[in-house]
Design a protein around this ligand. Sequence first.
Ligand code: KPL
Length: 304
Amino acid sequence: MDKIAVLGGGSLGLLLAGKMVASGCDCELWTRTGDQAALLNRNGLTIVEQTGGEVRKVNIRAIPIEQATLSENGIVLVAVKQTAFTPELLERLAEIVPDGGTLVLFQNGVGHRQLLTHGLPGRKLVMAITTEGALRINETTVRHTGIGETTIGELEIATNVIRSVERMLKQAGFTVLLSKQLEEAIMRKLLVNAVINPLTAILRLRNGELTESTGRLNAMKALFQESFGILSLYGLKNERELWNIVLKVCADTRLNESSMLQDVTAHRETEVEFINGAICRMAADKGKEAPWNNAVTALVKAIH
Ligand code: KPL
């Protein structure tokens, strides 16, 4: 089996790496800081399950990104946010990931595929769209706050790589779907994030609390309708089904703090520019207005 690594010691990175190691996969975790790697190597990684509160500790091999290496056919699950793709990180990835290596991209929003296609030519890029809920409690502990689904798909890639990523994620207990209709899956996830993430961040609510009052539901609906209207100009269909999916994600991840709320609480830069900001740009390209998306983008930036 080719080497597999997860890049990113945030909530999703800890969840992916922890579950894969727990399922017997030989996977290592690349962190951005040496301190986090040292803590994980010393104390192990603790996963707290939402259902039943089961706690599992796994022994994980954590490596600071400066020391990471990858074999020729290695696979990296990239679980850092888009805001982390600094020129330094891209340069480091270009050194580590050889031509022919595979990067599986778990970012929210849009724009990262173009950035990495340009920044890391010759590498295979697989898009992964996930609705798993995860909350980082501290540098070595993650809570699995919502069971979701992960859709993975290909741009230009041999199917056996996709199959081996699928197999490893399934073995780790994740629900995985394969799709060739990636554009659609990306837009569907963009819509879910465009509604849930900024509103939970601005109102400081957990995902489940968003649907608990008429006022909040009205705001969700307005943001949803505007965003769907814009994305429908790019081919997105099934408005009613998608509204139900937004509500279902809130219910399934009700205890989760969205990644955007986690970012504003920790005073980190958010992905709003790649989610609602991207929808504003898509609207402008079609000569349309996007007042709700403009407003939430400005408000989330104002908090940060
Ligand atoms: O993707 C998410 C996020 O927080 O970024 C959801 C699915 C909304 C879970 O919180």
